[in-house]
Ligand binder design. Structure first.
Ligand code: AMP
Length: 392
């Protein structure tokens, strides 16, 4: 796979696939984080004198025009960030688009309308991909967040372009993933939390093969505890996953992976912000109480386990951090990671939200921009959006 800095772009029409899937309320963009994430790639192409044609999805319009999902409101945001005019075209293929492109000068920027207004996008349709490809000389993919799904604009399109490469955001994602799981500085620890084991089996099975330590928190930890015969009261527990949990723990033993489960819990009778809460040893959860956060003994245990590690991968909050009484564990863990001096690679929307709420987002080595894509990489899968870049 080539990267953007390995190709000549001067005077070339560059089709840049980004993820501008920003939140929009009443026609206004409420967070420009996703636009900012692509600025290094866009500025680089500008410096090199390319004609930049930017394309993205927004929301799930399911193959038809949905006004609230127009990328129109993103054009002024992008324009402000790169300090130059951005021409918005209200389609992504067809006459209007080819006309606008024919007027472009080197260093001009066009933003196309939502790719998903066309049914061919999500279907990875060859004819639609060919139309998109016909707009450009070079294809650059920078949209990591959608690379786990094959769409016309990130998969089939590379069948029809001569030159393609990854932008800097995608490059960063790939390089940090390599630092996390391919050539990590060791010891390597993964911390996995979140609600359910069922959602993360693939990930756990793959991580067991790679990590030195696996720390488990969150709702999913109760299934592992129950599998060891511990009574977890009303805590989240997936009875149908008990066998899977046992197998994962057995595998950890065989592979000499330290499998570290929480030892205490912040418990309540209901998952509500005004509930009465107590801290208890994990073996003493009363029948009608549930565990909703890790307690101080687990925070100390995790802190200790992370003292000597050189790389940390974290996905999934270790408690129901959305409610203040159950947020301390996740925030404390974020602080431990921030202060650890280890390379820290974070993924998943909830985990990122928690880290931002703790004000520690700038203290992490890397926060992945792809929720599902990040998880699939951790599961060891080949992502179609990345594999497509090998074709040209
Ligand atoms: P996931 O998307 O699987 O990473 O799950 C994230 C969700 O798990 C967050 O919304 C948390 O509130 C939730 N969660 C974490 N710990 C618990 C717990 N002990 N009980 C119930 N839900 C939890």
């Amino acid at each position: 796979m080539k990267y953007i800095d390995q190709i000549e772009m001067k005077g070339k029409k560059v089709f840049l696939r980004v993820d501008f899937n920003v939140p929009i309320k009443e026609g206004k963009v409420t967070s420009d984080n996703r636009v900012r994430a692509h600025i290094p790639t866009i500025n680089y192409a500008l410096e090199k004198g390319a004609k930049i044609i930017i394309a993205s999805h927004l929301g799930r319009p399911k193959g038809k025009r949905v006004e609230e999902m127009s990328l129109g409101p993103v054009a002024p945001i992008l324009s402000g960030l790169i300090q130059q005019e951005v021409v918005f075209v209200d389609d992504c293929v067809g006459e209007k688009v080819t006309q606008a492109i024919s007027k472009m000068k080197n260093g001009d920027v066009i933003l196309l309308e939502n790719l998903r207004f066309h049914p061919g996008e999500d279907k990875n349709d060859a004819a639609f991909a060919k139309e998109l490809a016909s707009l450009c000389d070079i294809y650059i993919d920078d949209a990591f967040a959608v690379s786990h799904r094959a769409a016309a604009s990130n998969s089939a399109i590379t069948d029809y372009v001569k030159t393609c490469a990854a932008g800097f955001l995608l490059k960063n994602e790939i390089e940090y993933f390599q630092k996390a799981l391919i050539n990590p500085a060791r010891p390597l620890a993964a911390i996995i939390g979140g609600a359910k084991v069922a959602d993360k089996i693939g990930l756990l099975e793959n991580l067991i093969e790679k990590v030195d330590k696996l720390l488990i928190g969150g709702g999913m930890s109760y299934t592992f505890l129950k599998a060891q015969g511990i009574n977890v009261g009303k805590s989240l527990c997936e009875e149908d996953m008990l066998d899977t949990a046992r197998k994962i723990m057995q595998k950890a033993k065989e592979k000499n992976v330290q499998f570290i489960l929480r030892v205490d819990a912040v418990i309540a009778k209901t998952a509500s912000a005004d509930a009465e809460v107590k801290v208890c040893d994990i073996k003493n959860i009363p029948e009608d109480w549930m565990g909703l956060d890790i307690g101080p003994a687990t925070i100390a245990l995790f802190s200790d386990a992370l003292k000597d590690v050189k790389t940390i991968v974290w996905n999934g909050p270790v408690g129901m951090f959305e409610l203040a009484p159950f947020s301390k564990g996740t925030f404390a863990l974020a602080k431990i990671i921030a202060d650890s001096g280890a390379i820290s690679i974070i993924g998943g929307g909830d985990t990122e939200t928690a880290i931002r709420q703790a004000g520690l987002n700038t203290k992490m080595s890397y926060i992945s921009t792809g929720g599902g894509a990040f998880l699939e990489l951790l599961e060891g899968k080949t992502l179609p959006g990345i594999a497509a870049l090998d074709k040209c």
